[in-house]
Design a protein around this ligand. Structure first.
Ligand code: G16
Length: 544
C-alpha cells in the first residue's frame, strides 16, 4: 500500500454554513475539492490520530465515491479505526449515537440534509466532535482557515473497499469496521420509549403512515416500526433510499411531503397519525388526522409531557430553542420553573447546554427536535416520542395539541421563505433592517407597538463565546415577533426567511387559519423590510 502526498491548490469557498459544507455535486467533483476539505478537517481535529472516526452518509448521489476517498485519506492520516455504516449509510442521529457509544474522536457525516440529491443537485459534509454533536463555530472557522492555504493532502493508493458486507477489514494499519447502520440506534430508542405500550397501540388497530421520502430513514423506520413495534407493513412509505430521493425534495414539510399530507387529510379514512423525516434523518414532521403540528408546538408539547415517558421520567433540567422558533416552549418552561435558552439557528449551539446538563430537550422551527440522548436533532426519536405519548394518553395528536393550547395558550406561527434571491439584494435588505433597528423601537405599526428591534447576539452561557448577527428581531409589546434572517444551508443565491408569530391566550380564538391569524403581521413584515420590491417577488416560495 502506497502512502501518497498530493500537491493541491486551495479553494476559496470552503466555509462551512449552518451545518457543514454544502455545495452542488459538480463542485465537490472538482479534482481535489473534497480532499482539500477533508484534509483541513483532519488537520484541525488533531485529537483524531490513533483514534476512532465514525463515517457514513444519507446515501445521496456521490456518497459512495466520497466514502472511499475519505477512508483512504483517513488511513494516510494515521486514524486507527473507522466505523462505517454498511453501504456507507448512517443517519445523522445514528452517527451521533455511534460517536458517543464508541467514544470516537469524531465523525464525518455526508449529507446535504433536506436538499435534493442527484448528479446536479446537492452534496455536503460535516464534522461532528467527540460529544457526537456538530463541530462548534471555532472549529469550523479553523477548518475554513486551513482550507484557504492548504498545499497538500495525504491519501493511500489502494482499491476501493467493499462496503456491502458487514466485516472488519484492514486498510494499511487502519481497521475498517463495517457495521449494521440501524441496530445500535434502534436499541437506543428502546431504552427511551415504552415499546410495549406502543406495540399495544398498534395491535389495537392504530394506523400510521411514515414518509421516509426515499431517504435514509427507510431502513430505520422499517426495523423500528414494523419489526420491533408491529405496525402494518404499509406504514412506511417511500422507504427505499435512492441516490436522488426519487427526484423529490426530502424536506418533511407541508409543501414537500405533500403525498403524506394528502393521505392525512383524506377525511375519516385517514390514518390516525402521520410523520416524515428528511434526507439524513434528523428532521421530523408530525401530522395528525387532518391536523398539522407545527415544530414549535411539537417542542412545547414534548417539554410539557416528557416526564410521562420512560427516558425522561425523572423530569427535564431545562429546554432550549433557536431564536426564530416560537416562544411556545418558554411558556411551558415558565410554568415548570425551569430555564428556557434562546440560541442562534444551528444545532451546534445546543451542544454545550446539553453537555453541561442545563437542558434535556431542545428544538427548532426548522422541523428539528431532540434530547440529551444524542447531540443531533433526531427525526425518528421525535416520531417515537409522539407515538409513546399518544399511547400513554390514549388521545389523538390533535387532542393533545388542543389541550396544550387550552392550558398554555396558542402561538400562531409561520415561516415564509424567499428562495434563490440575489445575494447582494439579500444582504442589502438585512443591512437596511439593521440600520433602522433603533428607529423602529417605540413605533406603532398597524395595531402593534414595537417593543424593540435588534440584531440577535448570543453569548454561550457555558464557554462565553459570542455569536453576533444571528437575525433581526422585531419584537412587539404583546410578545408578537417578526424575525428576518438569511439561511445558512442553501446552495443557490440567498434564501430570506421571515418568521412570524402571534400569541393568543383566548381558547375561543384557537381555531383560526394560521395565515389569516397572522395576516396583519405578514403585511407589516413585508412593509418594514420592503421585501416585494427589493426582491421582485410577489409571494414567498415556501410557507411552512
Ligand atoms: C440545519 C441545522 C439546523 C437549522 C437548519 C436551517 O438543519 O442543523 O440547526 O435550523 O439547518 O438552517 P438555515 O435556516 O440556516 O437554512 P439540517 O437539517 O439542514 O442539517
Amino acid at each position: 500500500m502506497k502512502y501518497q502526498t498530493i500537491s493541491t491548490q486551495a479553494f476559496s469557498d470552503q466555509q462551512p454554513g449552518t451545518s457543514g459544507l454544502r455545495k452542488k455535486v459538480p463542485v465537490f467533483q472538482q479534482p481535489h475539492y473534497l480532499e482539500n476539505f477533508v484534509q483541513s478537517v483532519f488537520q484541525v481535529a488533531d485529537n483524531i490520530k490513533g483514534h476512532t472516526l465514525v463515517l457514513g452518509g444519507d446515501g445521496r448521489y456521490y456518497n459512495k465515491q466520497a466514502i472511499q476517498i475519505i477512508l483512504k485519506m483517513a488511513a494516510a492520516n494515521g486514524i486507527a479505526r473507522v466505523i462505517v455504516g454498511q453501504d456507507g449509510l448512517l443517519s445523522t442521529p445514528a452517527a451521533s449515537a455511534l460517536i458517543r457509544k464508541h467514544r470516537a474522536a469524531g465523525g464525518l457525516i455526508l449529507s446535504a440534509s433536506h436538499n435534493p440529491g442527484g448528479p446536479k443537485a446537492d452534496f455536503g459534509i460535516k464534522y461532528n466532535i467527540s460529544n457526537g454533536g456538530p463541530a462548534p463555530t471555532s472549529f469550523t472557522d479553523a477548518v475554513y482557515d486551513v482550507s484557504k492555504r492548504i498545499t497538500e493532502y495525504y491519501i493511500v493508493a489502494t482499491d476501493d473497499i467493499d462496503l456491502g458486507t458487514r466485516a472488519s477489514l484492514k486498510m494499511g494499519d487502519m481497521t475498517v469496521e463495517i457495521i449494521d447502520p440501524v441496530a445500535d440506534y434502534a436499541d437506543l430508542m428502546e431504552q427511551l420509549f415504552d415499546f410495549k405500550r406502543i406495540r399495544q397501540l398498534f395491535s389495537n388497530g392504530f394506523k400510521m403512515r411514515f414518509d421516509a421520502m426515499h431517504a435514509i430513514t427507510g431502513p430505520y423506520a422499517s426495523e423500528i416500526l414494523h419489526n420491533r413495534l408491529g405496525a402494518d407493513v404499509d406504514t412506511v412509505m417511500n422507504g427505499i433510499p435512492l441516490e436522488d430521493f426519487g427526484g423529490g425534495h426530502p424536506d418533511p414539510n407541508l409543501v414537500h411531503a405533500h403525498e403524506l399530507v394528502e393521505i392525512m387529510n383524506s377525511g375519516s379514512q385517514a390514518p390516525d397519525f402521520g410523520a416524515a423525516s428528511d434526507g439524513d434523518g434528523d428532521r421530523n414532521m408530525i401530522i395528525g388526522r387532518n391536523f398539522f403540528v407545527t415544530p414549535s408546538d411539537s417542542l412545547a408539547v414534548m417539554a410539557a409531557n416528557a416526564h410521562l415517558l420512560p427516558g425522561y421520567k425523572k423530569g427535564i433540567s431545562g429546554v432550549a430553542r433557536s431564536m426564530p422558533t416560537s416562544s411556545a416552549v418558554d411558556r411551558v418552561a415558565d410554568q415548570m420553573g425551569i430555564n428556557s435558552y434562546e440560541t442562534p439557528t444551528g444545532w451546534k449551539f445546543f451542544g454545550n447546554l446539553l453537555d453541561a446538563g442545563k437542558i434535556s430537550i431542545c428544538g427548532e422551527e426548522s422541523f428539528g427536535s431532540g434530547s440529551d440522548h444524542v447531540r443531533e436533532k433526531d427525526g425518528l426519536w421525535a416520531v417515537l416520542f409522539w407515538l409513546d405519548l399518544i399511547a400513554c394518553k390514549q388521545q389523538s395528536a390533535e387532542q393533545i395539541v388542543r389541550d396544550h393550547w387550552s392550558e398554555f395558550g396558542r402561538n400562531y406561527y409561520s415561516r415564509h421563505d424567499y428562495e434563490a434571491i440575489d445575494t447582494n439584494i439579500a444582504n442589502e435588505l438585512v443591512q437596511a433592517l439593521r440600520d433602522q433597528a433603533s428607529a423602529l423601537t417605540g413605533q406603532t405599526l398597524g395595531s402593534y407597538e414595537v417593543d424593540y428591534c435588534d440584531d440577535f447576539s448570543y453569548t454561550d452561557p457555558v464557554d462565553n463565546s459570542i455569536s453576533d448577527h444571528q437575525g433581526i428581531r422585531l419584537i412587539f409589546k404583546d410578545g408578537s415577533r417578526i424575525i428576518y434572517r438569511l439561511s445558512g444551508t442553501g446552495t443557490e443565491g440567498a434564501t430570506l426567511r421571515v418568521y412570524i408569530e402571534r400569541f393568543e391566550a383566548d381558547s375561543d380564538k384557537h381555531d383560526m387559519e394560521t395565515q389569516q391569524a397572522l395576516a396583519e403581521l405578514i403585511t407589516i413584515a413585508d412593509q418594514v423590510a420592503d421585501i416585494k420590491s427589493r426582491c421582485g417577488r410577489q409571494a414567498p416560495d415556501v410557507i411552512t
